[in-house]
Design a protein around this ligand. Structure first.
Ligand SMILES: *Cc1c(COP(=O)(O)O)cnc(C)c1O
Length: 438
């Protein structure tokens, strides 16, 4: 999508434009995380002033129904009263102490009660730290070096994981990143997602060298790719058979596709799980946890070193506790599923009626539109979807007041703050946009 058609829009984004000019003087690309720069759709980013419930308000006074939710955390919507109160109260007691607080144990218990495979947990400050540390645990525990990941899966930006990663890297089209020495990734094996033969082959070749397989149990950083039946089961079987650990990266899917994450939906018990996003309720948090016996290698109990000045931060713990308490109330995930179904069926009907070449993929409170008729099972399939069509759809939807992820390789999120009427209106807007495109 070109800058030109972006500038033909009726939407007034003049203040966003000005702020972006300023930001570019002092920060690379004007942003602190690449995908925010809107390069995946051409044009310039919208600067946000505030969020309220299901809505975002930009600096020019435009209002959008938000489907990005800060890339996942804001599942309750903005300014949720109990979360706001918990963070406000915690902030009065002090921002950070670097000493233990009861809130850490409380959030740990809430995660452990929700996700039975997790018996012990360590809080960190981001999803990146969570996956990086979980792999260190796996290597320490098994005494092995090699790790297996899947092409197009994103596990944060740690050097060893920046191989065939999706998300921002995919959008920018970087096959890899300069600054990552090949020695660092020499022990990272990358296999196509959903490819059962390829993963069997890897285990035949490196049987006793693999410390862990790390996987997004739903791949949500190349759009939204569901695991084919038997794929996750095969990973469980092969890792168990060969003495490797299975790590589910549920930074995005945790507390989103079910209270117990994707592992609850597929009834598979990973050895370790990574969390982030929702468990911090919008403040910076990550966590990794799993079987007690494995987590016991972590210092100071065991020899594997991992630390953090702000880890277990009181404000982040308060936001996380309040958020999970809300999500643990009966019926919340049924409600999210109802919304998802309503939207999913509405969009599917529109795609059919307009004879569109797009398809919708959805699971729990997340969904994605791919502009291709071919089924999408892996990263190569995802890249075949039309980036131009996506970009045009993105800008048309923005114009109509919908803030979608500015990249076809990102998933859209539903929240408890969105109402059925919001979603019905969205379906109508999508119909209008698709008819225009046709
Ligand atoms: C967002 C994400 C990460 C990285 O988390 P950050 O907090 O951005 O470092 C890791 N894994 C998955 C699956 C993610 O979606």
């Amino acid at each position: 999508m070109s800058q030109q058609s972006a500038s033909e829009r009726k939407l007034n984004l003049s203040r966003s434009r000005a702020l972006f000019q300023e930001a570019q003087q002092v920060m690379p690309g004007g942003v602190n995380s690449p995908v925010r720069a809107f390069r995946g759709v051409g044009g310039e980013p919208v600067f946000i002033e505030r969020g309220e419930g299901a809505y975002l308000y930009d600096v020019d006074g435009n209002r959008y129904l938000d489907f990005v939710q800060s890339w996942g955390p804001m599942i309750l919507g903005f300014g949720y009263p109990s979360v706001l109160e918990a963070v406000t109260e915690a902030s009065k007691r002090g921002f950070t102490f670097g000493a233990p607080t009861q809130a850490e144990t409380e959030l740990a218990r809430l995660v452990i009660e929700s996700v039975p495979s997790v018996e012990m947990i360590r809080f960190v400050n981001s999803g990146t730290e969570a996956t990086m540390s979980a792999l260190r645990v796996a290597r320490a525990y098994t005494g092995r070096s090699k790790i297996v990941k899947f092409t197009g899966c994103y596990h944060g930006h740690a050097d060893m994981l920046l191989v065939q990663a999706g998300s921002g890297v995919a959008t920018l089209g970087l096959p890899d990143s300069p600054g990552v020495p090949s020695e660092t990734t020499a022990n990272t094996l990358s296999v196509p997602y959903n490819d059962k033969e390829a993963i069997k082959q890897v285990f035949e070749t490196y049987a006793n060298e693999i410390a862990a397989v790390i996987v997004e149990p739903v791949a949500a950083n190349m759009g939204l790719v569901l695991p084919v039946p038997g794929f996750l089961e095969l990973l469980r079987e092969l890792t168990a058979k060969h003495g490797a650990l299975l790590i589910f990266d549920e930074v995005m899917t945790g507390f989103r596709v079910a209270l117990g994450g994707m592992q609850e939906r597929v009834q598979i018990t990973p050895d370790l799980t990574c969390f982030g996003k929702i468990i911090g309720g919008g403040l910076p948090v990550g966590a990794y946890g799993g079987r007690r016996e494995i987590m016991q290698v972590v210092a100071p109990l065991g020899p594997m070193y991992q630390a953090g000045t702000l880890s277990g931060n009181p404000l982040a713990m308060a936001a996380g506790i309040a958020t999970l308490k809300e999500l643990r109330k009966p019926g919340q995930y049924e409600l999210l599923e109802q919304k998802s179904q309503l939207l999913g069926e509405g969009i599917a009907r529109v795609l059919h009626d307009t004879n569109s070449d797009a398809q919708i993929v959805r699971i729990g409170a997340m969904f994605c539109l791919y502009f291709t008729r071919e089924p999408v099972h892996n990263y190569a399939d995802a890249k075949r979807a039309s980036a131009e069509r996506f970009a045009s759809y993105f800008w048309e939807m923005l114009e109509r007041g919908y803030y979608l992820p500015p990249s076809q390789f990102e998933s859209c999120f539903l929240s408890l703050a969105q109402e059925e009427a919001h979603l019905q209106e969205m379906v109508q807007s999508i119909e209008t946009v698709l008819r225009q495109q046709a």
